[in-house]
Design a protein around this ligand. Structure first.
Ligand SMILES: [Zn+2]
Length: 461
């Protein structure tokens, strides 16, 4: 604590000094990101109609109604020529209750209560989310004959009236087609910008950052010229892409050092990421104790990387980030101090086992209390500028046996990650080596192509 009081004013000088350097880093020569999709034979995108339930009338009969209704963003009502039932489509809007939807569909609330009372399964109708769709089928007397709930493209819940007044329940689940995709790119501004340019979704970029979260500080260590390549799954339904599945294998080269990871489900059914030689990617500490995605989302080309390292004799690392950016516990532990002091502002100290402590200063908000147990990546506070701070930033300290250490340079002293047990090594290798070989094969021709076109200038280091 005494220590802290002395050192903090020096931070103020360091803040200003370092901006020009990061700025210079930004003004960069051109580099490029390369994106390839393999295996995926650009499937024809089907008409929007396929999103509607199969129980609808023949396509020719409904399409004008569908088109009109979609334009007006209103419910759809058509008469099924074969069954004589009216088919009404309603999309759940913000704040809608089930009664609102029944009312819009013109079905009486008596019908609704009868359906809700028909069984346990009907209770799920009470929990609707915006964007979900309901399909009502109503006979000539206004009696509900069936109701379908479309939670998403893959699941459809159906309630259909039997000969009496009871409803039968059926859950129809579809499987997405999964294809492997490959993307690669080079960092020229930030992981989010260049990952996006290479064709990775935000979710996949977050996944990549989490996989390497103990090895790379994605807020501070990323440099222009870093490269990444990813094999992940893409999900298709009826030939239309509906989302991304998990990363299967991934490479990140940071400042010349290459990290590889591969996804593996062990014999207990637990899925995790490992190095090619079977060490878990999940370690006792993560390197970036702030939500750096939030930093990137405030991306400003005039002030690239609004994050900086400070100079000695500063006892910690500073992460400049907008006020309110979530601050994470770097590892599992116990909050040993949480309070306010004039130099530190709002602060939280976390003890991890006997040897390690992490400290988080200048918070705008503390979200944990003394004595509380926390998990790695749990949000413990928000970035602020309380105490001796010129602007919003997190001052982060890492202590080993009471001494300040740089978490980047004491990796070997940190607790070892779990490894695949030798009894399971053969299984691990049989499953992961084909993927790693595939990743390597993909990387090779791309590099060759890159130099052939002479566009790799500046990426040699
Ligand atoms: Zn600091």
């Amino acid at each position: 604590m005494k220590n802290q009081r002395k050192k903090n004013p020096r931070l103020l000088g360091a803040l200003g000094k370092n901006f020009p350097r990061t700025h210079a880093l930004a003004a960069g020569a051109a580099s490029f990101a390369l994106a390839l999709t393999l295996f995926v034979s650009t499937p024809e995108v089907e008409a929007k109609r396929t999103a509607l339930p199969v129980s609808l009338a023949p396509a020719e009969a409904v399409s004008p109604a569908v088109a009109a209704a979609e334009e007006a963003d209103a419910g759809i009502a058509v008469e099924d020529a074969r069954s004589g039932l009216r088919v009404i489509e309603e999309k759940v809007r913000n704040g809608d209750t089930l009664s609102d939807l029944f009312q819009r569909a013109g079905v009486s609330s008596a019908e609704m209560y009868q359906l809700l009372a028909s069984g346990q399964e009907a209770k799920q109708l009470a929990k609707l989310a915006p964007g979900e769709e309901l399909t009502f089928q109503v006979d000539g007397d206004g009696n509900l004959q069936s109701l379908e709930l479309h939670r998403d493209r893959l699941s459809r819940v159906e309630f259909s009236r039997d000969s009496g007044d009871e409803y039968n329940y059926a859950l129809h689940q579809r499987e997405a087609d999964r294809h492997s995709a490959y993307r690669q790119g080079e960092i020229k501004s930030s992981l989010f910008v260049d990952g996006g340019e290479a064709g990775l979704s935000n979710n996949t970029i977050m996944e990549l950052a989490n996989i390497f979260g103990s090895d790379i500080d994605f807020a501070l260590d990323i440099r222009k010229g870093d490269t990444f390549s990813v094999i992940f799954e893409e999900e298709f339904l009826d030939g239309e892409k509906i989302g991304d599945g998990p990363i299967k294998a991934v490479t990140f080269t940071n400042q010349g050092k290459t990290f590889n990871a591969v996804r593996y489900t062990d014999s207990n059914g637990d899925t995790s990421y490992y190095t090619p030689d079977g060490k878990s990617m999940r370690k006792a500490f993560i390197r970036t104790p702030v939500d750096f995605a939030r930093i990137s989302s405030h991306f400003n080309p005039r002030r690239l990387h609004p994050v900086f390292k400070t100079r000695r004799p500063h006892n910690g690392t500073d992460y400049a980030a907008p006020t309110g950016t979530p601050v994470y516990a770097a590892g599992d532990g116990k909050v040993v101090r949480a309070g306010y002091s004039k130099p530190n502002g709002n602060y939280v100290f976390i003890q991890h086992g006997d040897r390690y402590m992490t400290r988080y200063l200048h918070l705008s908000k503390r979200l944990v209390k003394r004595g509380q147990r926390v998990k790695q990546r749990q949000v413990i506070g928000k970035v602020g500028s309380t105490g001796y701070a010129t602007g919003p930033h997190l001052h982060y300290e890492f202590l080993v046996n009471g001494r300040h250490r740089n978490p980047a340079t004491i990796v070997r002293q940190l607790p070892k990650a779990k490894s695949i047990p030798s009894s399971e090594m053969a299984r691990f290798q049989a499953q992961t080596q084909p993927l790693l070989a595939q990743l390597e094969r993909f990387n090779q021709p791309a590099l060759a192509q890159q130099s052939e076109h002479g566009e790799s200038s500046g990426s040699t280091n």
